[in-house]
Ligand binder design. Structure first.
Ligand SMILES: Cc1cc2nc3c(=O)[nH]c(=O)nc-3n(C[C@H](O)[C@H](O)[C@H](O)COP(=O)(O)OP(=O)(O)OC[C@H]3O[C@@H](n4cnc5c(N)ncnc54)[C@H](O)[C@@H]3O)c2cc1C
Length: 383
């Protein structure tokens, strides 16, 4: 493995489960906060904009359940979730309702009045008016980013995998159907490699003269303290997503039990992953706080923010495939919505790395698909 974030750690785990000899390399310390798989929480949901994604979400839950069973730790916390569509929303609600219907996944189509009735916290704001519609998904929940990644690393190690932190891979060289992995410690020859390097994917692929357009953005999530958190706990407050441009999302109180977490989707500036900063962006915080007070009313204190990197493909679909010219090298990219699928990515990558046929369901994530090689267009990210 090149990269031991959520996806690479999952691949190490699922490969070790097969009894394969696994070695993984991470350029920073294991559990670092410089990539995309840290912090308390990530949304897991069945509601998606295509039937293919909706179908795959069933496997995403299933693959996390396997991690739960082996680790005896909870990975999925069910909260219920609402995708909120204001009139004229930038994101088309019918792609969600039709995809859920096509896959026979239960949901409710409710109006703003019903949202306020079920979750009174939204009645304190003035944004969820009666003409705002929502897809309510009872299966929506939370998976723990940092903890989930660590658990998969521990399970992989317990099954015999060797995971190296603080060991940057300087080069990967295909050699006669195998691959040489070059680090400062020397060269390691392996039968196949999984590149799960997210924001650094272009750097790794460059060595093979392969390029795909990717946008790396510096995003941030913010924790807003509140003197009274009644009505914001799991069970009385849902995961929510505002399906417009700009798009915002938030969680019930989870992990940090003193605050309400929220964030903007695709609100950050493009950065170089090695030159980015970690200070909160005051402008993003202010924008988010103003939105949050319109949505949920006043009463939020000054936030604590955590930065994180998005790696966006042109079509915001995943990359999950073997390289056409080097089938011994597989590439995985979560396109800034991959953590809910992390364990499924791992299970699928294990099959690819062991030379199994590429499942048909991966066709939308093929490396050769034309939309992946199209120029970056931000509007394609709002799906
Ligand atoms: C703010 C934010 C909110 C998100 N919310 C959600 C959500 O609600 N639901 C959801 O499903 N997804 C969400 N995502 C997306 C999700 O977190 C990512 O898709 C996922 O974490 C990507 O995992 P990864 O392992 O590919 O990337 P990373 O965790 O970044 O791992 C890549 C690793 O590769 C290492 N690496 C790179 N190059 C080298 C090298 N040469 N040698 C050795 N190591 C190397 C890096 O150091 C890094 O650790 C969110 C992301 C962010 C940033």
């Amino acid at each position: 493995m090149v990269g031991l974030g959520g996806l690479g750690s999952a691949a190490a785990y699922w490969l070790a489960r097969r009894g394969v000899n696994v070695v993984g390399f991470e350029q920073f310390e294991l559990g670092h906060v410089r990539g995309a798989s840290h912090d308390h929480s990530r949304i897991i949901r069945r509601s998606y904009h295509t039937p293919e994604y909706v179908r795959l979400t069933a496997q995403a839950y299933d693959a996390w359940r396997a991690v739960e069973a082996e680790s005896r730790q909870r990975m999925i916390t069910i909260t219920g979730g609402i995708d909120l569509f204001p009139p004229g929303a930038a994101i088309d609600h019918s792609t969600y309702t039709s995809s859920l219907m096509a896959e026979r996944v239960p949901y409710e189509w409710i109006d703003g009045a019903e949202v306020r009735r079920r979750w009174p916290a939204f009645a304190a704001g003035n944004l969820v008016t009666d003409d705002v519609m929502a897809v309510y998904s009872p299966q929506t929940g939370i998976v723990p980013a940092g903890q989930g990644t660590q658990v998969m690393q521990e399970l992989a190690t317990a099954r015999g995998a060797t995971l190296h932190g603080n060991t940057p891979v300087r080069a990967i060289r295909p050699v006669a159907g195998e691959v040489d992995i070059v680090t400062d410690d020397g060269v390691c020859r392996v039968g196949s490699v999984i590149v799960a390097a997210d924001a650094w994917t272009s750097r790794v692929l460059q060595q093979l003269d392969i390029q795909i357009p990717l946008a790396v953005t510096r995003e941030q999530v913010s924790y807003f303290p509140r003197s009274d958190l009644t009505g914001f706990g799991v069970g009385s407050f849902p995961v929510w997503i505002w399906m417009d441009d700009p798009s915002y999302y938030g969680f019930p109180v989870f992990g940090d039990l003193t605050a309400v977490k929220a964030a903007e989707d695709c609100g950050g500036a493009e950065v170089d992953p090695d030159r980015r900063t970690f200070e909160p962006d005051a402008g993003m915080e202010q924008r988010l706080q103003q939105f949050l007070e319109r949505l949920l009313g006043a009463g939020f204190g000054a936030p604590r923010s955590v930065t994180c990197l998005y790696t966006l493909t042109s079509d915001r679909d995943f990359v999950l495939d073997r390289l056409p010219d080097y089938p011994q090298i597989s590439v995985a990219l979560g396109a800034a919505h991959g953590f809910k699928f992390a364990s499924w990515f791992g299970r699928t990558l294990a099959g690819l790395a062991c030379g199994e046929p590429v499942p048909d369901e991966l066709a939308p994530f093929a490396f050769t698909r034309p939309s992946l090689h199209a120029p970056i267009d931000r509007s394609a990210w709002f799906v």
